[in-house]
Design a protein around this ligand. Sequence first.
Ligand SMILES: Cc1cc2nc3c(=O)[nH]c(=O)nc-3n(C[C@H](O)[C@H](O)[C@H](O)COP(=O)(O)OP(=O)(O)OC[C@H]3O[C@@H](n4cnc5c(N)ncnc54)[C@H](O)[C@@H]3O)c2cc1C
Length: 488
Amino acid sequence: MSLTSVTDAYDAVIVGSGPNGLSAAIRLALEGLHVKVFEASDTIGGGMRTKELIQAGFHHDVCSAIHPMAISSPFLKKLPLDQYGLRWIHPDYAAAHPLDDEPAAILSHDLHETAFKLEKDEKRYKSIVTPLVENWDELTKDFLGPLGLPKNPLKMASFGFKGLQPASLYRKRFKTERAQALFAGLAAHSMLPLSSFATSAIGLVFFGTAHTGGWPLPEGGSQSIAGAMASYLKNLGGEIETDMKIERLDQLPESKAVLFDLTPFQVMDIVGDAFPASYVRKLKKFRYGPGAFKIDYILKEPVPWRDPECKKAGTVHLGGTFDEVAESEKQMAGGGHPDKPFVLVAQQSIFDKSRTPDNRHTLWAYCHVPNASTVNMTAAIERQIERFAPGFRDVIEKRRIMNTLDFQLYNSNYVGGDINGGSQDVRQLFSRPVSFTSPYATPANGIYFCSSSTPPGGGVHGMCGYHAATHALKQEFGIAGSDLKFTI
Ligand SMILES: Cc1cc2nc3c(=O)[nH]c(=O)nc-3n(C[C@H](O)[C@H](O)[C@H](O)COP(=O)(O)OP(=O)(O)OC[C@H]3O[C@@H](n4cnc5c(N)ncnc54)[C@H](O)[C@@H]3O)c2cc1C
């Protein structure tokens, strides 16, 4: 299916219509370039698709669900996506982290409310998080970009000093179990053992997002972000063709630049010997990270959380104490399948009635598993939900599971089920896929990476696409500096 008519030549073509592919295309089109996106699947969006996975009328986010990164993205927030149908819904709380013997830790949009609910850690929370929030707009431009000279060196240095620490060390800044557990749940989004360098940065960034843009979900599902981006792109003159899997360069029309919203292994296959052997050797060293095991549910009623405050949160992190979450991620990183996994839950239908046809509910839950794992984690995930919501099993009507291989089949970017386009450990965070200095460009003329396999990595923020397109504008089209019509 072709969404728009085909012409013969383009300034640039983009392979893949994930958040980064669409961002790259929009970035180029904003400078007046003629662009076209090719998408293998029959629908656009990559990790932003919403589908009736189980039964007609029930809309499940297949991959991404909650969007602190999208709403904080210096690029996406400058686009008029609201005029193209994107409506953000803000749950009462960004996240809840229930515990066995005490009230859940609550991450609210309001910094003071969050701090207040952390009781004995109130002052410590404020002193850690307030400077981040006060400098948020400047900091996001630095940590959502490639490694380079920071735009705000002093502020970035202060953040970097804290962020580089392993979460297992930085947790000591908090004294209570509740604050430490909340921090563990955020740091565990890194999909790394919490003793790894830079896991604090992930935790701190997620604190910052909660108190700035929040942790919203799009009305109708994540597909609405893709839909709004595609409509805006078309309005700028861009074209999109779906059902078009690119397997060789000669399938692409003539253009000055090709930007791949794909990961290194796929691009190597497509490009063949257009890459010099020395570059291929480096790309082959690219490391993929852990995968996801996910369950989508139709529920007869909302999850019966023991602490009713959890029902007000869009996201619920299940794993118990800091030590338990750390143990689960450590086992997973070592190739194991923990009995008590860290589980990320999103309960979109409580806040967005358009997700279901009646008063039943959807639920989205996944845990981290080793790359390419085929172990069925259903029982372990449901034990964790039941632990904090006794009676959960009784409200399940239907479920559908996806293991790492299902994810890779669904979207070939999820190599071995890796949802971040490559491991995000400190060695690979800024040098993805190979180089610190120019991560987006390749040695082949006009060929660029623009996926989450480039900095700043996984998540729906479009910043990989934005930076890749900015590089291509300069290198291929001589558009830079004061010649740019659009800047962030
Ligand atoms: C279970 C799960 C939960 C997640 N939760 C969140 C969340 O809540 N919030 C968040 O911010 N992020 C989340 N993510 C991560 C997020 O979805 C990804 O990091 C993001 O989508 C990566 O964007 P991308 O543009 O780099 O690639 P993708 O989104 O993967 O897009 C790549 C596109 O390229 C297409 N493609 C692949 N090969 C070809 C080819 N040969 N020819 C043409 N097209 C091709 C694919 O079909 C796909 O559409 C989640 C991911 C998963 C799987």
